[in-house]
Design a protein around this ligand. Sequence first.
Ligand code: H2U
Ligand code: ZN
Length: 344
Amino acid sequence: MFDPEIHPHRRHNLLTGDWVLVSPHRNQRPWQGQQESGHAESRPAHDPECYLCPGNRRAGDETNPHYDHTFVFTNDFPALLRNTPSGEAPESGLFRAQPVGGECRVLCFSPRHDLTLPEMSVEQIARVTRMWVEQAGDLAERNLWVQVFENKGAAMGCSNPHPHGQIWAGSFLPRIAQQEDESQRNYHRREGRRLLMDYVDKEIQLGERVVERNEEWALVTPYWATWPFELLLAPRRPVSRLQDLDGSQQLALAAILKSGLARFDNLFETSFPYSMGWHGAPNDGSQDDAWQLHAHFYPPLLRSATVKKFMVGYEMLAESQRDITPELAARRLRDLSPRHYRER
Ligand code: H2U
Ligand code: ZN
């Protein structure tokens, strides 16, 4: 008899259409490969060398103001430019290109160099959520896709430990956005309801993959998760975009971010690295009630503060694979304290 808790199987990602290979029988395999250094670093509240700390000079020669809460600036080395000439790129046979415009911003979450989101107060995190909402609304006026994200930790290639995120907003729909757009619109056409509303309702009903929930939000390890402790965060009421969140949804968001991300840190008693970001309806002026706003959290750690998962080999060449089941990952996160280990 097939038992998904012990036997290899594939799971379907409802949002992207991708599949993931799950190999739960493989959990006991030994590890003699690379270990990331999981040092519990202590940082100063202000670092004179940091290009994000208040009052400091940035690499691009600008100087940061003495900000008290959050601070946004245009990325000094933007990947997208506002003034890209429009028009058709010369297309010849097999070689296609497409000119794109856009803008990139850097968001400082706090003047404190030594904090991360779960170590900030709910009130301070609420300023970050408000900044996300305001920035998304502003950039939506002239960009089709606004990608709000945070890269956290050296293990994720983040260049600076100062708490910060980024926004890349552009005139085009990137590939993952396009896949999620298609899946959600198809489902809505067929069922007349939002795919992710139905999915989250079902997860809450089942409970086994729910890590945490409050009156406005649900935090789950998605059924199709590829990263060991991957999370999906979605509102429980219909919301298409960040800028559509009302005050109580924003406050409840700050609360679940604090406790949910504290669980991450508590897992290996380390500052848990990840890439996270928000997905919402594209700003194309069409009906957007197929789309449900959500955030993905992709953390690379697997087994300890020093052993991370590599997406290599079969995963680069065939499809993603995981050993620990999402149900087991949810149980582990759920069993941890929502209170940060440094605040205990
Ligand atoms: P990470 O969060 O992935 O480390 O990226 C930091 C961003 O900050 C990166 O996109 C920008 C880089 O271009 N940056 C500035 O805009 N000004 C600076 O003085 C240094 C870094
Ligand atoms: Zn700093």
